[in-house]
Write a protein that binds this ligand. Structure first.
Ligand SMILES: [Zn+2]
Length: 492
């Protein structure tokens, strides 16, 4: 019997604002769609957190024995600068600035995205479709929406008629907005605007002569609107109504609201049973932004090459740090928070390694079956990873007591303990370090700290030959020392 038959999962559904019992449309099968990255720059750490939350959810469903079809797309066309309706395509803009083919930009950043996700030990999605690979499907949906009267064509562009749609459907139900309020709060359209109402959004945009990413269509050369690709790809691979649609909180409006409108206008069905949104990541208490310098790339955390950090952190450790917060809560990342988290991570990993060598007793002082149950309860309650981690540390406490001889455990319980710890830590939380073992990184860190100390002593004794030798030879090995007010830090 698959594990899921014994579990009842509750999911926070953004559409109803309630925690609901999760019942898949087809028993034993789950269809899940998550909006992927727009590949015009290196993947943002905040985006990694969103994708990691859904990777954890995907892993838990698989652990329970569900057959999951997980679709996460690559946006390689149609996403305009500032998420605006007018303006340049993000990928075309980058291509122009760097004098590359748009598909060179797409390739470069898709590779970067996959590399970073692999370091974080993500499972690949079942299907990773691209917007440019589904232009025909997008054109078919536009034809359908036009035919049903929820869209109109002006000068080679096609717009979704939000006012018309709202007469029979509810535009704004996901983000809790009312169309009347939206209309009252927006500027009047000018004579140059093609749209009937400011809330209308583009399904197809006419390509100006300078626009390089363009495809032929019944309305002339152009390109699809950003929201349409997700409707086309989710419908194609998961059906008209599927179980879970996920994404970052910032995509709720307008992106996901528009997806609902497109699907309902085209096939009359609500596309998604459970909408799930992951919250954002802040850095030192503030929103991350490249423009203010309050920003960090995943690669910089792994190498330590950012002034915000005192040392490098392994991808598995950063993953552990992210799993310590619930996916719907804002998480703040800082050097101190990472250092504190690292201590816990090492303790957890050491503890798992020591389970096999625990002595066997005739009775268990620790109720292992009840503890195992509580781990599932934590995950069943809307994937509550911080509670799960607290439960794992309950076990760490008992493992230490058994090691000291203050408690005992039976052979049977020891096996359950080991299997459960392994399942949750490696299979569900995904805390396996594919790149470098955390223990090795810790040893290296200890050696570098020792050399920094010896160099400091050499300088205090005015032995600059030795201090320079340490710095230069570390540099040759790719370890850079940085002297600052707070002492010397290093990066790999
Ligand atoms: Zn999307």
């Amino acid at each position: 019997m698959p594990l899921y038959q014994e579990q009842t999962i509750k999911v926070h559904n953004s559409l109803t604002g309630k925690k609901e019992t999760f019942i898949p449309i087809n028993e034993g099968h789950i269809g899940m769609y998550v909006c992927g990255p727009t590949v015009y720059s290196n993947v943002h750490l905040g985006n990694c957190r969103t994708f990691m939350s859904f990777d954890m959810i995907f892993r838990y469903f698989r652990h329970l024995g569900y057959k999951v079809r997980y679709v996460r797309n690559i946006t390689d066309a149609g996403h305009l600068v500032d998420d605006a309706e007018d303006g340049e395509d993000k990928i075309a803009k980058k291509a122009r600035l760097e004098q590359l083919e748009p598909m060179e930009v797409v390739q470069r950043y898709t590779v970067d995205f996959h590399n970073i996700l692999e370091k974080f030990n993500f499972l690949p999605p079942s299907i990773e479709p691209t917007a440019t690979g589904h232009i025909i499907e997008q054109i078919e949906i536009i034809k359908d929406i036009l035919q049903k009267g929820y869209a109109y064509e002006v000068n080679g562009s096609v717009y979704f008629d939000v006012v018309k749609f709202n007469e029979t459907n509810e535009y704004g139900k996901l983000s809790g907005r009312k169309l009347e309020d939206m209309i009252a709060n927006t500027r009047e359209l000018t004579a140059q605007d093609d749209k009937k109402s400011p809330q209308d959004f583009a399904l197809w945009k006419k390509a100006e002569p300078e626009h390089i990413m363009r495809w032929p269509s019944p309305w002339g050369d152009g390109f699809p609107g950003w929201h349409l690709e997700c409707t086309a790809m989710s419908t194609k691979y998961l059906g008209e109504t599927f179980d879970i649609h996920g994404g970052g909180m910032d995509l709720k409006f307008p992106h996901h609201e528009c997806e609902i409108a497109q699907a309902e206008a085209s096939n009359g069905k609500s596309p998604v049973k459970y909408w799930m949104h992951a919250n954002m990541l802040t850095l030192n208490g503030k929103k991350m932004a490249k423009s203010t310098g309050n920003s960090i790339l995943p690669g910089e955390i792994f190498s330590g090459e950012n002034d915000i950090l005192s040392k490098p952190f392994s991808p598995a450790m950063v993953r552990f740090f992210m799993m310590q917060a619930h996916y719907t809560s804002i998480l703040d990342i800082s050097n101190d928070a990472l250092l504190a988290s690292e201590k816990g991570f090492n303790k957890l990993m050491d503890s798992i390694k020591s389970i096999n060598s625990l002595p066997i007793g005739s009775k268990s002082d620790f109720d292992v079956p009840t503890w195992k149950h509580s781990c599932y309860d934590a995950m069943n309650d809307d994937f509550n990873t911080p509670i799960l981690i607290a439960k794992l540390f309950d076990a760490v406490k008992h493992i230490n007591l058994i090691k000291e001889g203050s408690e005992t455990i039976t052979k049977e319980d020891k096996e359950i303990l080991f299997d459960t710890m392994k399942s949750f830590v490696f299979d569900v939380l995904g805390l396996e370090d594919k790149q470098s073992s955390n223990a090795d990184l810790e040893k290296l860190s200890g050696v570098v700290e020792l050399l920094i100390q010896l160099r400091k002593e050499a300088r205090e004794n005015k032995d600059f030959a030795t201090s320079d030798k340490i710095r230069d030879q570390l540099s040759e090995l790719g370890i850079q020392l940085k002297d600052g007010k707070e002492g010397t830090t290093y990066s790999l």
